[in-house]
Design a protein around this ligand. Structure first.
Ligand code: SAH
Ligand code: SF4
Ligand code: F3S
Length: 453
């Protein structure tokens, strides 16, 4: 059936210079889904544009993790009413995590008649059928079913020719009390390890230099599979693939950061010496209220284990500021933790209430301005740490994957080191996509500068 739709749509679109605008919000898993959506659109005859005004189909691939992200999307959909009025044949589709919530679907149906298609997070393969249905009936078409089959039957259109994301699992079983992800992405489903290894091998053979393995909690990879690999085993297998490339992954849940995993990272030469280990809070009472299932002490043991064995091991984290009823003391515990760990970088967010989650039932007494003040304090503390931290690289050499032109300095390129440190250095554009060795000459609080050697 699905193949039939693809064939019919090819007949309609091919050779007619049809353009698609696909915009993904949110995490890298969503970006990866956006690449799959592009793959399907390419197969049925679309090329791509960065401008919604020039497009014949628009897909907004949405994120539901915070309210601000959702409101932004509704704002954008609202502004597309004019485009649709000027170009009635334009197809507007909404996909991604927002579509998994009944209230969003209802709001789209009720208030945004310019939307023609809604595509659920596990229904990507239904896109051709939905487009066909909409074209035939000129009515709203949607599929938000939870399909077990999450393989994409079209070749992904990747954003980069040297960095590739490879989802290894979908969904999440952790139900952190603030988080909407388990509700919009469903339960954990791991991909077969051989499929992953084959995909990475093919990417490396095509010349990809950085492979990012993705999942909401990669450490629980394989737990739902019979007779397959654990995440450390998978890492070791991928590390054996021949070629000059670097392996990254995210995210890791601290409760599942076992010694076996840490040793694997330390021992595998291609695995980056960097771990994104979201701590969320430095207070045990808040961690308990968040249902995170680890303590600050256990987290610090992990940090110590890594840093004792690899001095420059890089750590980044996510922090939520202003969880319901977080006291000043509890917040100061987080500040203390940040100072103690000395992260290379933190990604901090003000708590956003998500309806349907456990935490949304707690009545919160902390005023918004207190939360904003805490956020500013946290960023200030981290700025000083990053500043100090980046200085440690001055005088050293580092191998970086050149990944683009510097936006700030003419003639300079940017790149990332094994430890995920951003570097800027003078160099020719032709180097983008390859590894270069640089000597670090200076540092800022977000990057180092260096010279190619
Ligand atoms: N699975 C990943 C995180 C996915 S969401 C993990 O567990 O690490 C990315 C980040 O968004 C989270 O780490 C958290 O810091 C933040 N986040 C999630 N829900 C949030 C909410 N309701 N309000 C504010 N930030 C939130
Ligand atoms: Fe959300 Fe927690 Fe799952 Fe991460 S581990 S996606 S924060 S529920
Ligand atoms: Fe957002 Fe969905 Fe990712 S809610 S963070 S896009 S899994």
């Amino acid at each position: 059936m699905e193949l039939d739709y693809r064939k019919k749509l090819k007949e309609i679109f091919y050779g007619n210079n049809k353009k698609a605008y696909v915009h993904s919000f949110g995490c890298q898993l969503n970006v990866s889904d956006g690449e799959k959506i592009k793959g399907i659109l390419k197969e049925i005859g679309f090329s791509f544009t960065d401008s919604p005004e020039d497009s014949d189909i628009i897909i907004l691939n949405t994120c539901a993790v915070r309210e601000s992200a959702e409101e932004r999307v509704f704002g954008i959909i609202g502004s597309m009413k004019k485009l649709k009025a000027e170009k009635p044949d334009l197809i507007i589709g909404v996909s991604g995590c927002m579509t998994a919530q009944e209230k969003n679907l209802e709001r789209i149906k009720k208030s945004y008649p310019q939307v023609d298609i809604v595509l659920g997070t596990s229904a990507i393969n239904s896109l051709p059928g939905l487009i066909y249905e909409h074209l035939n009936s000129n009515r709203f078409a949607y599929d938000i079913s939870e399909y077990a089959d999450f393989s994409c039957r079209a070749e992904q259109v990747r954003e980069s020719s040297f960095k590739a994301s490879v989802p290894i699992m979908f969904g999440c079983n952790n139900f952190c009390t603030y988080c909407i992800v388990p509700y919009v992405r469903g339960r954990e489903r791991s991909r077969n390890s051989q499929d992953i290894i084959d995909e990475v091998t093919a990417l490396v053979n095509q010349g990809y230099k950085e492979i990012m393995l993705l999942g909401q909690n990669v450490n629980s990879y394989g737990k739902d599979l019979e007779n397959d690999m654990t995440f450390p085993e998978l890492l070791r297998e991928i590390n054996k693939i021949e070629g000059d490339f670097i392996i990254r992954f995210m995210s890791s849940h601290p409760k599942d950061a076992t010694k076996e995993l840490l040793d694997t990272i330390l021992e595998c030469d291609k695995v980056a010496k960097h771990l994104h280990l979201p701590v969320q809070s430095g207070s045990n009472s808040i961690l308990r209220a968040m249902n995170r299932n680890y303590t600050v002490e256990k987290y610090l043991e992990t940090v110590k284990y890594l840093r004792e064995r690899y001095k420059d091991f890089s750590l980044t984290t996510d922090i939520i500021v202003g969880f319901p009823n977080e006291t000043d003391e509890e917040f100061q515990d987080t500040v203390r933790l940040i100072k103690q760990v000395e992260y290379d970088n933190i990604y901090s967010f003000i708590y956003s209430k998500r309806s349907g989650t456990k935490a949304s039932e707690i009545s919160d007494t902390i005023p918004e301005e207190v939360k904003s003040r805490r956020m500013r304090e946290l960023l200030e503390v981290q700025r000083e740490i990053s500043d100090r931290h980046y200085k440690r690289f001055v005088g050293k050499t580092m191998r970086v994957l050149a990944d683009g032109k510097s936006r700030k300095h003419e003639g300079f390129l940017t790149g990332k080191s094994n430890e995920f440190i951003i570097a800027e250095f003078e160099g020719d554009e032709s180097l983008i996509g390859s590894f270069v060795n640089i000597k670090v000459t200076d540092s800022m609080n977000w990057a180092v500068t260096g010279e190619i050697i």
